[in-house]
Ligand binder design. Structure first.
Ligand code: BEZ
Ligand code: FE
Length: 304
């Protein structure tokens, strides 16, 4: 019967994975054991603390439903989602920076004509015109590229969080296809900062450690051009008070856009403008490569 001191125990558990047929699985499991054991040793974890962690993770799992992914939210607020993004996008070579997909991507948005107002008029907020272009790293326009966009409305919720979403359908969410010059444009409202869902264990943790739950105002973009790495990113609104303290650590300087306040009577497509309005201009540079566009993260609604 083997008897282990704490370091021999770690070595024995690492050794127990030696026969794993898949070398990547073996590596991942052995490194996980090393990190977990180091954590327990460094912190002298008590039984009460270990029990609390087990209960917290159990409740995190119990909070997950077909429409709520509390584990991804946990990964987001611990910076793990952004770290996975960072290690997978180390060399950008001038391509647009990436950030988290987030839980409110529902996939396969409906294609709308350029210029469409994606925020119906029952959504209040200051009006914004978004004009954009998709190019390769040398600035050559990419035509026929699907671009999904989505953002929160001015009460800080996504359409998919609302109980009547299945009936009312998408709002502040659409797909545009770039034209021959790689351009697309649409009308919407100026989004505002909003809280992540806090009615579960992640919210409990955020409150206990005195962090805030806010994300700075942004529009999500998913650009999926064949022959290029799918680009998952946001454009953030300059001046937002939460840019330096995003609860999911998703802000990068390059993704913060100056939004111009305009009073012109016409919007850039020559159609009448409500006064005043805002103009967001942003270009996306795509990196050659492969990859499939990410799938929705399941979480679409805040459960009551
Ligand atoms: C979002 O931007 O939609 C989001 C990202 C991570 C966690 C919660 C929301
Ligand atoms: Fe968002």
């Amino acid at each position: 019967m083997p008897q282990f001191n704490d370091t021999e125990l770690t070595a024995a558990v690492i050794e127990s994975f030696e026969k794993t047929p898949d070398p990547r699985v073996k590596f991942l499991m052995q490194e996980l054991v090393k990190s977990l054991h180091d954590y327990v040793r460094k912190t002298d974890l008590t039984f009460d603390e270990w029990g609390y962690a087990i209960d917290f993770l159990t409740r995190t799992g119990q909070k997950c439903t077909a429409s709520r992914q509390e584990f991804i939210l946990l990964s987001d607020v611990l910076g793990v989602s952004m770290l996975v993004d960072a290690v997978n996008h180390r060399e950008r070579e001038g391509a647009t920076e990436t950030t988290v997909l987030g839980p409110f991507y529902v996939g396969e948005h409906k294609v709308l004509p350029h210029g469409t107002d994606v925020s119906p008029h029952n959504v209040t907020g200051e009006r914004m015109f978004v004009q954009s272009r998709v190019t390769d790293l040398k600035g050559k326009p990419l035509a026929g590229v699907p671009v999904d966009i989505w953002h929160a409305d001015d009460d800080g919720h996504y359409d998919s969080q609302k109980p009547d979403y299945e009936v009312t359908g998408p709002s502040s969410r659409a797909r545009f296809i770039t034209d021959a010059d790689g351009r697309f444009f649409f009308r919407t409202i100026l989004p505002c900062s909003y809280p992540i869902p806090t009615d579960g264990p992640v919210g409990e943790m955020i409150r206990q450690v005195r962090r805030h739950e806010m994300r700075p105002a942004h529009v999500h973009f998913l650009v999926a051009a064949p022959g290029y790495e799918p680009l998952v990113t946001h454009v953030f609104i300059e001046g937002d008070e939460y840019l330096d303290s995003d609860v999911v650590f998703g802000v990068k300087d390059e993704l913060v856009a100056k939004i111009e306040k305009r009073t012109d009577a016409l919007m850039p497509d020559g159609k009448p403008a409500p006064a005043p309005w805002h103009l967001m201009s942003y270009e996306f540079r795509m990196k050659p490569g492969k990859g499939t566009a990410p799938k929705p993260m399941l979480a679409v609604a805040e459960d009551a």
